[in-house]
Design a protein around this ligand. Structure first.
Ligand code: HEC
Length: 148
């Protein structure tokens, strides 16, 4: 009985190790993935800005852009594990001031959530206000945590 438990224990241990291996990424790959994701967010923000600048009254079609920014904001911290500080524009403060970095990501989530709601309600005034808060949240993280 005890041996069976030991065998099962060892098997699950190897199983876990195998699964961890399957998702292992080279740090340089992770840096490339997050940079590509950020480029998409830049494109999203550009679409949103054009919507605001054009003073369109139809903001509902931009809900998908806002949702993409919201989803992205939630995974930002996971894309900056320790060991991904080479060949990157991320500043050392991302790791030395982790709480502040995560707060900045959460700030983007809050702003993007408001933006999603404004788009869903097709409310151009609320949309413009939330767009500004969202763009401010991007810049608010870049200043302390991203190299120029
Ligand atoms: C919590 C912090 C944080 C927030 C919020 C944030 N960024 Fe960034 N951003 C970074 C960091 C750090 C980098 C550098 C990543 C790297 O080089 O590894 C970066 C890089 C970028 C890049 C450059 C990508 C490249 O390599 O060419 C763009 C574009 C960008 N962000 C756009 C945005 C936009 C748009 C938003 C808001 C919707 C945003 N970011 C919100 C931290 C943040």
């Amino acid at each position: 009985m005890r041996q069976a438990i030991l065998v099962i224990g060892l098997l699950s241990l190897f199983g876990a190790a195998a699964r961890a291996d399957e998702v292992e990424l080279a740090p340089s790959t992770l840096v490339s993935i997050r940079q590509a994701g950020y480029l998409l967010q830049g494109a999203n923000l550009g679409d949103l800005k054009r919507a605001v600048d054009s003073r369109t009254t139809e903001v509902k079609p931009f809900k998908a852009n806002a949702e993409a920014i919201l989803a992205w904001s939630k995974v930002i911290p996971a894309l900056f594990p320790k060991g991904t500080d080479k060949d990157t524009k991320a500043l050392p403060a991302v790791w030395s001031d982790r709480a502040g970095f995560e707060k900045a990501a959460a700030g983007l989530s809050a702003a993007a959530e408001t933006l999603v709601k404004a788009a869903d309600a097709n409310d151009p005034a609320a949309f413009a206000t939330a767009f500004k808060a969202t763009a401010d949240a991007c810049g608010g993280c870049h200043r302390p945590y991203r190299a120029k």
